[in-house]
Design a binder for this molecule. Structure first.
Ligand code: IPE
Ligand code: IPE
Ligand code: MG
Length: 240
């Protein structure tokens, strides 16, 4: 059976092009990041209006730590500010907020705000908004493999049988455990690559690329992506 793609359950966005947007306006890169926050708010509101279950946003990759200190610190400070400012948006829209990524690398003050917002919104039952922070697909696969190996060693030490590894068990060790794989991945700014994003989870994701730079991304652009998605024929290797 093939699945006729209609409204996706999980949309993920690689929010790219903030730096180029700022350069076009003759500003600093951080100005682009700051303007991107408006696009994040619009994307969340649109996802709520469309009744999506999950919206995940690639906000900072493991590789992005290699950017100049000033930009990294500016981005971390912007995350702190944005979380504080968007609490009201979460409350009004019944949004559950989550952060996924290599948390050990994040600064203490940001971690504190993340925990606060996650706890505050844990009981919300509408859209789950997932911010992927200090995330990379390879990091995720490696941390899952090491956690499975540790569990296997511990089971063996207790004289228990080592749980056989299959795709479903492996998925349960990924940082995205319990979250359905993305149906649609949108990348802005014209780049057509995955940049070490959800490598495992995007096995059957539909990709949509747009030249729009992230700070210019509006509800109409999101709608265009959903329209394109509704025309896709998802076959999962089978035939029609
Ligand atoms: C995306 O915009 C935001 C992050 C990666 C943090 P960029 O900062 O990559 O913007 P460009 O690609 O340089 O234009
Ligand atoms: C990917 O964008 C990461 C995020 C959007 C957070 P990059 O701008 O870092 O990706 P590359 O370097 O162009 O592949
Ligand atoms: Mg970029």
């Amino acid at each position: 059976m093939t699945e006729n793609a209609d409204v996706p359950r999980h949309v993920t966005i690689i929010m790219d092009g903030n730096g180029r947007w700022a350069r076009q306006k003759g500003g600093e890169r951080l100005m682009g990041h700051r303007n991107g926050v408006t696009s994040v708010r619009e994307a969340c509101e649109f996802a709520v209006e469309k009744g999506l279950g999950y919206l995940s946003l690639y906000a900072f990759s493991e590789e992005n730590w290699n950017r100049p200190k000033e930009e990294v610190e500016g981005l971390m400070a912007l995350m702190v500010k944005s979380i504080l400012e968007e609490r009201e948006t979460f409350r009004k829209n019944n949004i559950r907020f989550r952060v996924i990524g290599h948390r050990e690398r994040l600064p203490e003050d940001l971690l504190a705000k993340i925990s606060m917002a996650e706890e505050e919104t844990a009981g919300n039952t509408g859209l789950t908004l997932i911010v992927m922070l200090s995330y990379s697909g390879k990091w995720d696969i490696v941390q899952a493999a090491s956690r499975y190996a540790k569990a296997a060693v511990e089971a063996a030490a207790r004289g228990e049988e080592i749980p056989a590894l299959d795709e479903s068990l492996f998925s349960s060790y990924l940082s995205t455990a319990g979250i359905p794989d993305p149906d649609l991945m949108i990348r802005t700014s014209g780049e057509q690559r995955i940049s070490n994003y959800m490598l495992w989870q995007c096995a059957y994701t539909e990709f949509y690329f747009t030249d729009v730079l992230w700070p210019d991304f509006r509800k109409s652009d999101f709608a265009a992506a959903l329209e394109a998605f509704s025309q896709r024929d998802r076959r999962y290797g089978k035939i029609k």
